[in-house]
Design a protein around this ligand. Structure first.
Ligand SMILES: [Zn+2]
Length: 449
């Protein structure tokens, strides 16, 4: 809890809000900025986006307090899928980057997101300040994220590092852990950023311990739910510090990052306003209560989003952070609202239940979970990815471990669920996008949900 830890976001905020660097920053300054930017965003969106022009009432335009924000209508993922061009608030000529997000394992339409040069510059500045907290000038970071096109996530990170005299090595989403390890060794990278399962695969690779120990000092995990078991495994194998980042493309990539206390993500409050709502009623919950994470963009010009429902479950931590930062913290994301799948008689499982159990088993680099439903006969198929050095009885180990999950144990005992485990050697990556993992649901006719 260095001074740097408490102040690096303050410097960034002052820069964004036009407050002199020497002036002390109070919580009230952050909230005043958010209220001003919320009103500005409402005005901007209602004038420039056909979608919000229809959606917002003129009497909702002038918020007197942050609490008034809860009167505004939500924006959903479905709105994005079906109305992205209506939400777009600038001419297509001013769009610098379009991101198309296809959810893996579903037949839904893709989501399309539009960013202007100004939007991307805002993300770049946020990354720069976050990285300056983690990094020292002259260090190198291996970036295991897409970065081959201008303004992609990896490209923005690399440019943010360059601004502080550090270097980002853009590797892209790794085809296999061996190649990522070789790149880290070749470039002597002391930091790695990537998807949780990609970094775990590297850490568990047999070459990792022999050639890699002591090289990696810090790891940043992002773009997916991050199981505690996985974080602890990486820390133990590499003796490094692991930082978790929370964000989604809809936020302009960055949302919040852990400080050195590692309890919750300090939020990107100059650019985003966060709240937690009851997923059933939509009512805003008080700090400390768990519910769905909802955010409003405060500075986006291409595609402002008002009360966007993320589907993530978490809570705002009411206690001040021991690091001394006045920026609000979002607790670890516990899973997705629609991530629960029914099995047996009113039993539910989440991918997070499986993660915590399966990633604990040594030799597992990644896995996929599918539930096949066929006329009342459900089968949970777990395909685990291992390397050549994994124990021969790995499928039995996975089966026994998963039976510890009460919902699965009950459904199998009641003969309402079958369990199959398949061991596969790691295969080339199917998708070139960082997608959130989920349990895939498949019906007898092959239809995906
Ligand atoms: Zn902190």
């Amino acid at each position: 809890m260095t001074k740097q830890c408490a102040t690096y976001l303050e410097d960034w905020f002052k820069n964004r809000a036009g407050i002199p660097l020497a002036a002390p920053l109070k919580r009230a300054d952050i909230e005043d900025h958010q209220l001003k930017q919320l009103n500005e965003t409402l005005m901007y969106a209602s004038h420039h986006s056909p979608f919000y022009k229809n959606r917002l009432n003129p009497d909702q335009m002038n918020l007197k307090s942050l609490a008034d924000h809860s009167r505004l209508p939500f924006t959903t993922e479905e709105d994005l899928r079906h109305n992205s061009l209506q939400i777009l608030s600038t001419s297509q000529n001013d769009v610098s980057r379009v991101v198309t997000l296809q959810t893996s394992g579903t037949t839904h339409d893709p989501k399309r997101l539009y960013f202007t040069e100004q939007d991307l510059a805002g993300t770049l500045v946020f990354f720069h300040h976050v990285m300056s907290h983690l990094f020292m000038s002259g260090q190198r970071m291996l970036i295991l994220l897409p970065g081959s096109t201008p303004d992609s996530l990896g490209d923005l990170l690399s440019r943010a590092l360059k601004m502080m005299g550090a270097r980002g090595i853009i590797h892209g989403l790794p085809e296999n852990p061996q190649a990522a390890l070789e790149a880290a060794i070749r470039y002597k990278t002391e930091l790695v950023i990537g998807l949780p399962t990609d970094v775990l695969s590297m850490a568990r690779h047999s070459d990792s311990l022999q050639k890699f120990k002591g090289l990696i000092k810090k790891v940043v995990l992002c773009s997916d739910y991050i199981p505690d078991t996985l974080v602890n495994t990486i820390k133990q194998l590499w003796h490094c510090e692991v930082f978790e980042h929370y964000g989604m493309t809809e936020m302009g990539y960055g949302g919040g990052i852990q400080c050195s206390v590692h309890e919750g993500y300090h939020l990107r409050e100059a650019d985003l306003f966060f709240e937690i709502v009851d997923p059933e009623t939509g009512h805003t919950l008080t700090n400390g209560e768990s519910g769905e994470v909802v955010f409003t963009t405060l500075t986006q010009r291409g595609m402002p989003l008002i009360r966007y429902r993320t589907g993530d479950i978490s809570r705002l931590i009411p206690e001040p952070c021991p690091c001394g930062s006045i920026f609000q913290r979002l607790d670890k994301v516990m899973g997705r609202i629609n991530g629960a799948l029914k099995i047996g008689i009113n039993q539910f499982i989440f991918i997070s239940d499986l993660d915590e159990i399966i990633f604990r088993i040594s030799g597992i680099q990644n896995y996929e979970a599918t539930i096949e439903r066929d006329n009342g006969h459900d089968c949970l198929i777990l395909s685990v990815y291992t390397d050549a050095y994994s124990p021969a009885d790995i499928t039995t180990r996975v089966k026994n471990a998963v039976l510890e999950i009460p919902a699965i144990h009950k459904a199998i005992s009641a003969k309402l669920l079958q369990l199959k485990t398949v061991a596969l050697s790691a295969v080339a990556r199917q998708t070139q996008q960082p997608a959130k993992r989920k349990i895939i649901e498949r019906y007898g006719n092959g239809e995906l949900q």
